[in-house]
Design a protein around this ligand. Structure first.
Ligand code: ZN
Length: 206
């Protein structure tokens, strides 16, 4: 255990690889009864699984970001909240925002989080509302390649996002973004497909 505590999850550069270092106050999912998630689901969520909840507005913003350079892979981290229901053995992850890593080195076939990218991401966290300061996963685009986790993506997932509440979002910005085949969420060390609920947000009354 290192004595220093920075944010919820500390990212440190060792050689060229960014490494997550958990500290005592590291973010953990909040225990909560997830009967609401059960009610929202079209099918009953499996035990030992993870459900992702994201609003249409947040999803649209993320798709808009990734479409801006539809010929290179882009990515960043997902921030939000995570909940766990121990009885149902179910995790629920609420995605509230995608923080694009400005300096991530995108090429048509790969994306890596450089230390500059992590610094850029970490510098944005303190300015966000409290419920948006937890990193719950990562996201990146696969222009024209389809939606899946590559071997390299699986390594990233296992290395940095191995908890069941830690998710990966993959988007193919060249697909019809209104269609659900344009994106997919995956979770945990195995990168299993996560059940996803995209919910509609009401505009506030004037
Ligand atoms: Zn990928």
């Amino acid at each position: 255990m290192e004595g220093e505590v920075a944010q919820n999850t500390k990212v440190e550069r060792i050689g060229l690889a960014a490494v997550w270092k958990e500290s005592d106050d590291v973010f953990r999912p909040t225990p909560a009864p997830l009967t609401l998630v059960e009610a929202l689901s079209r099918t009953r969520p499996k035990a030992d699984s993870t459900v992702v909840l994201v609003s249409e507005a947040v999803m649209a913003e993320i798709l808009f970001q990734l479409k801006s350079k539809a010929d290179v892979e882009m990515g960043g981290v997902l921030v939000g909240s995570a909940f766990v229901d121990s009885d149902l053995r179910l995790h629920a992850v609420v995605v509230r925002r995608g923080l694009l890593g400005d300096n991530s080195e995108g090429t048509p076939v790969s994306l890596k989080f450089t230390s500059d990218a992590w610094q850029s991401i970490n510098s944005k966290l303190p300015g966000l509302p409290e419920e948006e300061r937890n990193i719950v996963g990562w996201y990146h685009s696969h222009p024209g390649l389809g939606v899946f986790l590559s071997a390299r993506d699986r390594l990233t997932q296992r290395s940095f996002f191995a908890n069941p509440w830690q998710i990966a979002l993959v988007v193919d910005p060249n697909r019809d973004l209104a269609s659900s085949s344009a994106f997919g969420f995956f979770y945990g060390s195995e990168g299993l497909p996560a059940q996803t609920i995209v919910y509609r947000t009401e505009m506030p009354e004037e």
